[in-house]
Design a protein around this ligand. Structure first.
Ligand SMILES: C[S@@+](CC[C@H](N)C(=O)[O-])C[C@H]1O[C@@H](n2cnc3c(N)ncnc32)[C@H](O)[C@@H]1O
Length: 610
C-alpha cells in the first residue's frame, strides 16, 4: 500500500501519465498538486548532469554494424529527453563542442504543448547557485571532487497561474514549435477563441427565453461555420470545430473546463483524487547538504515517510549499452564542425555514469528521471530501497526483453518505472540513503585509497582555486570586485547579462549606455551573458531598486576589442562563471561508478555479461 504524503502536508507535484501519451506509448508527465501563483518554484530545484560531446565519444564512426547503430539510436533517444545546458547554468562548460544536460524531474518529464506552456526555467537560480553551508573548506581538495555535478539549483518557475491538477508544460524555447503550423491555432488565437465562447454562452443565456432549440442550433452553426471561417480561414475553423461541442447547450462545459484546449483534452487537468490514485507523489524529497563526507548534496525527506511507502517514483531512460558513456581523446575535425576520436583508448566516462543505475552482469544502464532522485546517496545503513512499480503503465514485460531490443521502435519511450520505498519510518528532514551495492562500495573505497596515495606522492595538490560557485557565494553580500581590485583566477571569468536602453549615449566612460531591464527581470539570460569588467560599484540606498544591493558601471569589449561602458547594471545581472573545461566536472581521475540495482530485482534476461 502506498500512502504518499504526511497528514500535515499534501503533495505539491505528481508524476502521472501525461495527456501527450498515446495508446502505444506512455509519456510520463508532471501535474501540480496545488494552485500556484506566477513566478514560483514548480517542485524543488534539481540538478543538471552534462553529457559532453556525447555522440563523438559514444558512437564510433568507423563501421556500420548493429552495435554502432544501437549506440547511435541511444544518443537519439537520450537527446529527446535532454536540454541545452543553459537552464542548468552550464552553457560555458566547453569552448567548442556540444553539451546536453539531463535535468531529471521537470527537465525530462515536463510535457510539451506550446499552447499550454505554464512553466519556464529560472536561469538566474542556476547561474548564481549558492554553495552549501558545509562546503566552507572550499580551497581544499577531496576525493569527491568531480564525482558529482556542480550544476544544482536548477529551478523551474510557473510562468502563469497554474491551477491545482494542471499538467506542467515547460517552455522548450523557440526551436521547438509544433510542426503542422498552418492548421494550428496560435496561443493568442486560443485565447480569443475562449473569449468568444464566453460571449456565445452569455448571448444564449440572455436570449434563452426567445430562442427555441432549432433557432439556437441554427445560430450556433452560423457562428461556428460561416463567421469563424470568414474570420480565421477554413483550415483553422475546421480545427476549432474539433475543439468545441457540436451543440450550443454544451458550450458552458468549455468554460467550466478552463478553455477549449482543456475541454477537448480533459487529461490536461486531473482531479486530486485521480492523481492520488493514478499518480505518484514527486515532492517527498528535496536537495540539501549531505551528511556524508565528500558526498556533496543529498536528498532530504520533506515530510514523514512511513516504512514501506513511496519515497520517489523513478521513470527510467533505458541505455542498452553503457559504452555510449565512454570517453576518448577527441580532436576537432579539419572543417571545425565535428569532433573525432584520436585513439580508441577509453580515457574516462561521462559523469552521468555516477547517476545511472546498472548491474555488474549487464551492459544495460538506466538514467533515472525522477525529481531529486539523482541526489540520493549511498549509505551503509540505508533507509530506502529500489522496487519495480506496480503502476499499470510500468511495462513489466520489458523485464523479459533482451537489452538490445529495449530501443526497438515499439520501445522508444520510458516504459519502466522503478520506485524508491522507505525500509523504515523516515522523519521529515532525514537524508534518504540507498545501498548502491557491493561493487560500488568497493570502487569508492578503492578510489579514496588511491586518491590518498596520489596526494601523498604530490600528484594531487592539497588545495584548489575557488570556483565560480565559491566566488558567487562570497560576493552575494558584497559588491563584485573591479578589475583593479581583483585579478580573477584563470579558472573563472566575470560575466553580466547586458542589454541596454535605446539612447544617444555613446557607451564611453564619460557617456555610458544605461542597462535595460530584460523582458524577464532577474532571469540571468545566458544568451546575453558576456565577459566584462566592473569599473565601479555603488551601494543601493533607496527602496526603488527592489532587492538589488549594488549597481555597477561595467566595461565590455566586443570581438574587435571595442569597449562599451554600461551603467546601472544590477548585482543580479552579474555572475562568475567557470572557464571552459575548468569546472570541478573536469577534475582528473574523478570517481566514476554506476549505482547498483539489487541482484534480487535485476532480471535474468538483462544479464548479457559474465
Ligand atoms: C547519484 S549521485 C548522488 C548525488 C551527489 N551526492 C550530488 O551531489 O550530486 C552519486 C554520487 O554521489 C557521491 N556519493 C554518493 N554516496 C556517497 C557516499 N556514501 N560516500 C561518498 N560519496 C558518495 C559519489 O560521488 C557518487 O558517485
Amino acid at each position: 500500500e502506498e500512502t504518499n504524503a504526511s497528514e500535515a502536508e499534501t503533495c505539491g507535484l505528481y508524476l502521472a501519465v501525461s495527456s501527450t501519451s498515446t495508446a502505444e506509448e506512455t509519456n510520463w508527465g508532471l501535474y501540480s498538486g496545488r494552485d500556484l501563483a506566477p513566478r514560483v518554484s514548480v517542485g524543488f530545484p534539481d540538478v543538471g548532469i552534462n553529457m559532453i560531446n556525447l555522440r563523438a565519444h559514444g558512437v564510433p564512426t568507423d563501421a556500420e554494424n548493429d552495435r554502432n547503430t544501437l549506440l547511435s539510436r541511444t544518443v537519439d533517444f537520450l537527446e529527446s529527453f535532454v536540454w541545452v545546458p543553459d537552464p542548468a547554468g552550464a552553457k560555458f562548460e566547453v569552448q567548442n563542442g556540444k553539451i546536453i544536460t539531463a535535468i531529471a524531474g521537470a527537465g525530462v518529464l515536463g510535457g510539451f504543448n506550446v499552447k499550454l506552456t505554464n512553466a519556464n526555467w529560472k536561469h538566474s537560480a542556476a547561474y548564481r547557485r549558492p554553495r552549501l553551508e558545509h562546503e566552507n573548506d572550499v580551497e581544499k581538495n577531496h576525493p569527491g571532487r568531480g564525482a558529482s555535478t556542480p550544476f544544482y539549483n536548477v529551478m523551474l518557475e510557473s510562468s502563469t497561474e497554474i491551477s491545482q491538477g494542471s499538467e506542467i508544460f515547460v517552455d522548450y524555447g523557440d526551436n521547438w514549435e509544433d510542426e503542422d503550423k498552418e492548421h494550428e491555432l496560435t496561443k493568442d488565437e486560443y485565447k480569443k477563441l475562449d473569449e468568444t465562447v464566453v460571449k456565445m454562452v452569455n448571448f444564449f443565456e440572455k436570449h434563452k427565453e426567445e430562442l427555441d432549440a432549432d433557432s439556437k442550433q441554427e445560430i450556433f452553426q452560423f457562428l461556428m461555420q460561416d463567421v469563424l471561417s470568414a474570420a480565421i480561414g477554413p483550415d483553422k475553423a475546421h480545427k476549432v470545430g474539433t475543439l468545441l461541442p457540436t451543440v450550443p447547450d454544451e458550450l458552458p462545459r468549455v468554460v467550466e473546463a478552463g478553455g477549449s484546449l482543456a475541454y477537448s483534452d480533459p487529461t490536461i487537468y486531473r482531479k486530486l483524487e485521480w492523481l492520488d490514485e493514478h499518480g505518484r507523489c514527486m515532492d517527498n524529497i528535496k536537495a540539501g547538504a549531505s551528511n556524508i563526507s565528500y558526498a556533496g548534496r543529498g536528498a532530504m525527506a520533506t515530510r514523514a515517510i512511513k516504512q514501506g511507502s513511496l519515497v520517489a517514483p523513478v521513470p527510467l531512460i533505458q541505455v542498452p549499452d553503457r559504452a555510449v558513456f565512454n570517453m576518448y581523446n577527441l580532436q576537432l575535425s579539419e572543417d571545425g564542425e565535428t569532433y573525432i576520436r584520436t585513439s580508441d583508448d577509453i580515457v574516462g566516462e561521462q559523469m552521468i555514469i555516477n547517476y545511472s543505475f546498472g548491474h555488474k552482469d549487464s551492459s544495460l544502464v538506466f538514467v533515472p528521471a525522477g525529481a531529486i532522485v539523482n541526489l540520493i546517496n549511498h549509505g551503509d545503513t540505508p533507509n530506502a530501497k529500489m522496487v519495480w512499480s506496480t503502476h499499470p503503465s510500468h511495462r513489466k514485460m520489458w523485464l523479459n526483453f533482451k537489452p538490445e531490443t529495449l530501443l526497438d521502435d515499439e520501445q522508444m519511450y520510458t516504459g519502466l518505472l522503478m520506485e524508491i520505498v522507505a525500509t523504515r519510518d523516515i522523519e521529515p528532514g532525514e537524508e534518504i540513503l540507498l545501498d548502491y551495492g557491493p561493487e560500488w562500495k568497493a570502487a569508492w573505497d578503492a578510489h579514496v585509497e588511491s586518491w590518498k596515495g596520489r596526494l601523498a606522492k604530490g600528484e594531487i595538490s592539497e588545495t584548489r582555486a575557488p570556483t565560480a560557485v565559491d566566488l558567487n557565494t562570497k560576493y552575494s553580500e558584497q559588491p563584485y570586485p573591479s578589475e583593479s581590485e581583483f585579478a580573477a583566477p584563470e579558472n573563472v571569468c566575470l560575466k553580466a547579462s547586458l542589454s541596454v536602453e535605446e539612447s544617444d549615449a555613446t557607451g564611453t566612460l564619460e557617456n555610458p549606455k544605461t542597462w535595460a531591464t530584460p523582458d524577464e527581470f532577474a532571469n540571468l539570460n545566458p544568451d546575453t551573458l558576456v565577459n566584462m569588467h566592473v569599473v565601479e560599484s555603488r551601494k543601493v540606498e533607496d527602496e526603488e531598486d527592489g532587492d538589488e544591493p549594488f549597481r555597477y558601471v561595467v566595461k565590455w569589449a566586443n570581438n574587435n576589442g571595442e569597449l562599451t561602458f554600461v551603467k546601472e547594471v544590477p548585482h543580479s545581472a552579474i555572475a562568475f562563471v567557470d572557464m571552459p573545461g575548468m569546472s570541478d566536472a573536469f577534475t582528473e581521475g574523478a570517481f566514476r561508478h554506476v549505482i547498483g540495482i539489487p541482484d534480487d530485482i535485476f532480471p535474468k534476461a538483462w544479464r548479457n555479461r559474465k
